[in-house]
Design a protein around this ligand. Structure first.
Ligand code: HEC
Length: 111
C-alpha cells in the first residue's frame, strides 16, 4: 500500500479512537453531568433569583409548600415542566438522572 495512504488511514483511525473516547458525535459529553454542573448550566438562570416565581435554593420559605409532596413528585414537575418552567428546565438533552441530581443539588447542596 502507498505509504501516504497508510499514514492517512492511521490518522483517521487515531481521530476516530479519540472521538470515541471523548464521546463525540453523540452530541453529549462521555459522562453525565453532576448536580452542580446541571444547576449552573440549566437551572440557575431562573432559580438563583426566583425568576417567574421559581423557588430559590437555600430559602426554606420558597420550598415549604413543595417539599412535602416528595422528591418523586418534584422530579415529575422538572421532567414535564410546571407553570413557568419548561420540561427539563428547557434543556431537552438532560437525562433523568441529571435532572434528579440538579434537583437534589437545589434542595440540599446550596447552603
Ligand atoms: C425558565 C425558568 C426555569 C428554569 C430554567 C428551571 N426552572 Fe424550575 N421552576 C421554575 C418556576 C417558575 C417554578 C415554579 C412553577 C410553579 O409552581 O408554577 C419552578 C419549579 C421548580 C421545582 C418545584 C416543582 C414543584 O412541583 O413544586 C423544582 C424541583 C424545580 N423547579 C427544579 C428545577 C431544576 C432541577 C431545573 C434545572 C434542570 C429547573 N428547575 C430549571 C422556573 C425554572
Amino acid at each position: 500500500m502507498d505509504r501516504f495512504l497508510l499514514a492517512l488511514l492511521m490518522l483517521m483511525l487515531a481521530q476516530w479512537a479519540a472521538a470515541a473516547t471523548l464521546g463525540e458525535g453523540k452530541g453529549r459529553p462521555a459522562r453525565e453531568l453532576n448536580g452542580r454542573e446541571v444547576y449552573v448550566q440549566t437551572c440557575a438562570m431562573c432559580h438563583a433569583n426566583g425568576v417567574g416565581g421559581a423557588p430559590r435554593p437555600g430559602r426554606a420559605a420558597d420550598w415549604a409548600e413543595r417539599k412535602p409532596s416528595g422528591t418523586a413528585e418534584l422530579l415529575v414537575s422538572v421532567l414535564r415542566g410546571k407553570g413557568g418552567m419548561p420540561p427539563k428546565g428547557g434543556n431537552a438533552s438532560l437525562t433523568r438522572d441529571e435532572a434528579y441530581v440538579a434537583m437534589d443539588f437545589m434542595l440540599n447542596g446550596v447552603k
